[in-house]
Write a protein that binds this ligand. Structure first.
Ligand code: GDP
Ligand code: MG
Length: 735
């Protein structure tokens, strides 16, 4: 993550270079940098995608964008560089994610800002605008979701609005891409305007506040001579008087400035009987209220769809029905993922087998052929089979997110989440964890309280990411073929229960602190478009294929090499002569069986004595309680690098046990003979909970530091080991 800690003021030379950036050239073309700012969920990323033809992640729940992304477009010979920023409610920021947007604004890197407003929710959207106005930057106001506003019967006079804000206003529908040319035109026109001619409307505060602002502003100009223009010094004064911690700290060296601010805040709140910040906020709301009276009319008859949204919410957010409906939908999701996924998985499996048979015939026997057939195709094939399951799972998550249901689940679960010391807001990162823990850990930045955020980061790895799914499907298919769907549902329930349980443990015993309340946004229900669903799933498919191309190829080849070498093994039995002897058995059936048996024993001994066998056997004693063998130990170790390699290693390890059956059915059969169902269940639980993968460890380190990353590894290993040991011991008592 890039954060920019540059102070808002600029030296004269910096200022000059910013002004001249209007004419910055790349390949002899003029470049205009445009920053997208606005509340969460107002359509910034959709607009970004439409403008720049790239694929940011869109979701109908607040705050999906946590990192800055950039795109480019050429329009009428000008290169327009577009930067998508995380959503911001207020510039007196508290959450780190809002700070990213704010620091970007301070850096004045953008030539033009696009302030995206939700036309159906102008009251709220404009609160941020009132603060943006004070920064005095060139801004185009985009009334997005104009379709939704029209449906609600809201009419906005954009000419009046443009006059009142003193800046260009355009109407758009980012979902359908309507109004994009208007935006580009407005950007170019505004960028052509000289800096001195840009005068966003100045909010007038009441006389006492204005007096205080003027006093502070005078002192600031004295303390930073020649560094700030009128707008910047006024902005800084207002923020200081609003009690912005970060700016107060920055100005900390100017003790008499801080003292002046402190005294002014004290005097104002005493003489008015309310806090200084709320006096500022009142003015802002008053401004918005007045402005909307001028520019907005609302047709009396409320839109059918809002009524529909309300009616659906009466059921879905029902006190008693809400939760059962949620659990029912989750169950349906996993059940259909497993049943529907089985068909395409089977076709892929047959395809892989055909490919491997075809390729095997073409190549001369030898080490290279073995490497390709047993190492790569077995390893990759074992994982690719699971692609359909992952896509179906993501289809459901995309549907929930796009219709607006996911945002409601945070609301629904908020009360329950509080029992566990979590925020309703922590729910979306947790659900994202079902996809991949890495972006999910980053998404916790939407939580303001550092304590709640840390808890959300640490429990995220317990959410079963999609890369763990193949192992569950393989093991439950092998050991519980009748109830495979239910087993997977159970794994996800254990995953959620462990995450919640750990949240209680962590917030009660390890990370203590209070709770705070927050506003939860409930977007109206929307019918998802085919395009948005395909984008969601397409991104997943691409990630998965790229992962197969990278991690799994390397993982499978490494494991294959480790189990092929050393080549010169001394066997405990002279298998060759034993085989020759077995071939002389008169009964042909018996003879063949004996030969196959001997070959199998030889292969087992060879693998046991390979490097991989040695590594596996040295770790296996750690799992003697659970009864995991050396092959399981190898799979477990490989999963620390990346969870998806677990199944790939089984594919390689069992790939050559017998020549009769290949593909996923063969793998299932071979595994089903290697342990008891209880041990298999314990193994599934272990694979679910033990150490996060390397990428997730890195993400945790980035969000919370090395010691918490280390804590996460040790905590999860301990938990996984203890639980799986308990399962085997208790299972032993009952069965
Ligand atoms: P961001 O948080 O500001 O980046 O918002 P997103 O781009 O992720 O959009 C939030 C939701 O609003 C998504 O479901 C979009 O499909 C939807 N959306 C965005 N723009 C429009 C629009 O103009 N009309 C309608 N009906 N929906 C929109
Ligand atoms: Mg976004």
């Amino acid at each position: 993550m890039k954060t920019n800690n540059k102070p808002p003021q600029h030296t004269a030379s910096q200022k000059a270079s910013i002004e001249s950036s209007n004419s910055e050239l790349v390949d002899n073309k003029r470049v205009i940098t445009v920053g997208l700012v606005g509340n969460p969920n107002c359509g910034k990323t959709s607009l970004f995608n439409k403008l720049s033809d790239s694929q940011g992640s869109i979701g109908n729940y607040p705050r999906v964008t946590v990192e800055i992304q950039e795109g480019k477009i050429e329009y009428k010979g000008v290169v327009i560089r577009i930067v998508d920023l995380p959503g911001i409610y207020s510039l007196t920021s508290t959450s780190p994610e809002e700070r990213i947007g704010r620091d970007y604004l301070h850096s004045e890197e953008a030539d033009v800002l696009l302030n995206i407003l939700d036309a159906g929710n102008l009251d709220r959207s404009l609160f941020f605008t009132t603060q943006l106005l004070e920064m005095g930057q060139a801004t185009v106001y985009v009334l997005n979701m104009i379709d939704e506003a029209k449906k609600k019967g809201i009419n906005i006079d954009i000419n009046d609005l443009s006059t009142m804000l003193n800046g260009p206003v355009v109407e758009t529908n980012a979902k359908l891409g309507e109004g994009m040319d208007d935006i580009l035109e407005a950007i170019i026109k505004l960028a052509d305007k000289p800096h001195e001619e840009i005068h966003p409307t100045i909010l007038p505060y009441d006389s006492h506040l204005e007096d205080a602002i003027n006093k502070v502003q005078d002192l600031i100009i004295k303390l930073h001579p020649g560094q700030m223009d009128k707008h910047q010094s006024r902005w800084l004064s207002i923020k200081l008087l609003e009690g912005d911690d970060e700016l107060l700290r920055r100005e900390g060296e100017h003790s008499h400035l801080i003292e002046l601010v402190r005294r002014a805040r004290y005097d104002l709140s005493h003489s008015h009987g309310e806090t200084c910040d709320s006096m500022f906020a009142d003015t802002r709301y008053g401004f918005i209220h007045g402005l909307l009276l001028e520019v907005r009319t609302i047709d009396e008859k409320p839109d059918k769809r809002m009524q529909l949204t309300r009616r659906i919410d009466q059921v879905i957010l029902h006190r008693l029905l809400g939760l059962p409906i949620f659990i029912g939908l989750m169950w349906m999701m996993f059940e259909s993922t497993f049943t529907l996924g089985a068909y395409p998985a089977d076709w892929i499996d047959q395809g892989v087998r055909a490919l491997s048979a075809g390729a095997g015939d073409l190549m001369p026997p030898g080490l290279v052929r073995d490497l390709l057939m047993d190492g790569m195709i077995m390893g990759i094939g074992a994982v690719v089979v699971f692609l359909p399951y992952i896509l179906i799972l993501f289809f459901f998550i995309a549907m929930f997110s796009e219709t607006g249901y996911l945002a409601r689940t945070s609301f629904l679960l908020d009360r329950i989440m509080h029992i566990f010391g979590l925020h309703g807001k922590a729910f979306i990162p947790l659900v994202m964890g079902f996809g991949c823990n890495v972006p999910a850990v980053m998404a916790t930045r939407t939580i303001e309280s550092p304590r709640a955020r840390l808890v959300a980061v640490l429990i995220n790895p317990f959410m079963s990411c999609s890369q763990r799914l193949p192992a569950f499907i393989l093991l439950s298919g092998a050991f519980f073929p009748e109830n495979a769907g239910q087993m997977i549902f159970i794994m996800y329930m254990i995953s959620i229960a462990t995450a919640m349980g750990s949240a209680v443990f962590l917030s009660k015993l390890v990370i203590k602190g209070g709770n705070e309340s927050f506003v939860m946004e409930l977007p109206p229900y929307r019918l998802p478009t085919l395009g948005s669903i395909i984008t969601h799933i397409g991104t997943r498919a691409y990630d998965f294929v790229r992962m197969v191309g990278g991690v799994i190829v390397v993982g499978s080849i490494t494991i294959w090499f480790l189990q092929q070498f050393p080549r010169d093994i001394t066997y405990s039995v002279n298998y060759e002569s034993a085989i020759v002897q077995a071939q002389t058995i008169p009964d042909e059936n018996k003879s063949q069986l004996a030969v196959a048996d001997l070959k199998d024993q030889k292969e087992q001994e060879r693998m046991g004595k390979s490097y991989l066998g040695i590594i596996g056997q040295s770790i296996a004693p750690l799992f003697s309680v659970q009864g995991f063998d050396w092959k399981d130990s190898v799979a477990i170790i490989s999963g620390i690098f990346a969870k998806e390699v677990v199944v790939a290693s089984y594919g390689v390890l069992y790939g050559q046990d017998d020549g009769s059956e290949t593909g996923s059915a063969g793998l299932r059969n071979a595994i089903s003979q290697s342990m008891t169902p209880i041990t298999a269940f314990a193994l599934m639980v272990f694979l679910l909970l033990y150490s996060p993968c390397l990428s997730t460890i890195a993400a945790i380190k980035r969000e919370a530091g090395w010691s918490w990353a280390g804590f996460s590894v040790i905590f999860s290993l301990t938990l996984a080991w203890t639980l799986s040991a308990l399962i085997v011991s208790l299972g032993g008592l009952f069965f």
